[in-house]
Design a protein around this ligand. Structure first.
Ligand SMILES: C[S@@+](CC[C@H](N)C(=O)[O-])C[C@H]1O[C@@H](n2cnc3c(N)ncnc32)[C@H](O)[C@@H]1O
Ligand code: SF4
Length: 380
């Protein structure tokens, strides 16, 4: 209680120093780098299809608003669980491509069970089974989905490059109860085949179509299928990209090009940014080590280790306390190296794009080299 009062006091004092409109803007500001091509009605229906409507609604409120009021929940409502930090691809924009070999590994099933057992004890709402690498490289991935679902986690999801998505795996993840899957398809055929080599666009499309067909055939609504592309990879071909996924995906999303722990020259960090993640989630790597957040790809700030502590102890430990305080006091840039490589705290600007004849504003980060430009210089 004292901690909450203290951090609330700091936040009010900090807000008092900022101009009124700036205070308002920051209070209502949400995650900025992600977007969807779905209509508002499509987004509403997607929310409904996710199920657990009341629990999900409450979870969204906690996730969005607890950080704004510096409210530290008993346990985070979301966990990022890195089932694999290894990957078979070498996407030019991705941190994993450049990551040291000793950081690559596969999560052991016993460690995973320990995470899920604690998550259940504290009513975790959602888990994501991917972070830096490719989750389908973990041979226990289906068992992991089943274990989490049978234990009672409401939302079990993952991001994947779909390269290993055989018809058998598509069937198994559907039967295991996966709630949603985000498949990364950066661009249409030509761009995709360069960024995501050795994967081939047409083959990936077919793999995802098979997943959709199986799901429909057995009369299931899940996994919901989301396609996500990096924004610059579909620049100038939005309509074509969206129409390809018609009848296959439930939703088509994009993500603004980020730095991802390298290529940081020229980024404009915002000292007054208050990152919501230390109030929202914990990111556990394949070895059970908890990093500062999902943007701390390199492990600049280690918050704890599951081999020695429980997740509860780590969440309420000194490292998380200090991290939250640094955001409240706007001193994070002096202390948190990972934040210097993160894009979330980078000042962004709006870019206008035209989708199906309608104008839409998207956020792009100042000072970031876009993937589209990167593949240009990588080919030279
Ligand atoms: C790191 S990958 C891990 C999961 C899986 N291997 C995949 O490709 O989806 C997670 C997501 O990060 C995205 N990503 C990687 N590098 C990025 C960058 N520089 N900017 C924005 N998104 C990036 C990928 O496109 C993918 O959608
Ligand atoms: S984006 Fe995904 S598929 Fe590509 S290198 Fe990174 S982890 Fe692998």
């Amino acid at each position: 209680m004292i901690i909450i009062k203290n951090s609330l006091f700091i936040s009010i004092m900090q807000m008092a120093k900022q101009p009124f409109l700036e205070k308002l803007r920051r209070f209502f500001e949400m995650e900025s780098g992600y977007g969807t091509f779905a209509t508002p009605w499509g987004s509403f229906m997607y929310f409904i299809k996710q199920g657990h409507i009341m629990a999900h609604f409450i979870d969204r409120i906690k996730f969005r608003w607890f950080p704004k009021f510096a409210f530290i929940s008993n346990f985070p409502s979301h966990l990022d669980v890195e089932t694999s930090s290894a990957c078979q691809m070498k996407c030019p924009m991705c941190y994993t491509t450049y990551m040291d070999a000793e950081k690559k590994g596969i999560m052991d099933f016993n460690l995973y069970k320990k995470i899920i057992n604690e998550a259940i004890k504290y009513n975790v709402y959602s888990i994501k089974l991917s972070w830096r690498g490719e989750p389908m490289l973990n041979k226990n991935i289906v068992k992991m989905i089943s274990y989490a679902k049978q234990s009672g986690i409401c939302e079990v999801a993952m991001l994947s490059n779909a390269e290993r998505l055989t018809p058998e795996l598509a069937k198994a993840i559907t039967d295991a109860g996966l709630d949603w899957i985000s498949l990364s398809v950066d661009g249409n055929a030509n761009t995709y085949n360069i960024i995501r080599a050795p994967a081939i666009f047409e083959e990936t499309l077919e793999k995802i179509r098979v997943l959709r067909e199986y799901r429909d055939k057995v009369g299931k609504k899940k996994p919901l299928i989301r396609i996500q592309s990096i924004l610059s990879a579909i620049q100038n071909s939005f309509d074509e990209f969206i129409s390809i996924w018609d009848g296959i995906a439930d939703r088509v999303n994009f993500i603004s090009d980020q730095a991802r722990d390298f290529d940081v020259k020229g980024m404009y960090h915002d000292q007054n940014y208050v990152c919501p993640t230390p109030w929202q989630r914990m990111s556990i790597n394949h070895n059970g080590v908890v990093h500062q957040c999902i943007s701390d790809y390199n492990g600049y700030m280690i918050m704890g280790d599951m081999k020695k502590q429980s997740l509860y102890e780590i969440w309420h430990g000194e490292k998380f306390r200090k991290l939250r305080e640094r955001f409240r006091k706007h001193t994070y840039l002096e202390h948190c190296e990972a934040c210097l490589y993160c894009t979330d705290n980078v000042t962004n600007e709006k870019e206008e794009i035209c989708v199906n004849g309608k104008k839409m504003k998207v956020n792009v980060y100042k000072g970031i080299t876009k993937v589209k430009d990167k593949i240009g210089y990588l080919q030279k």
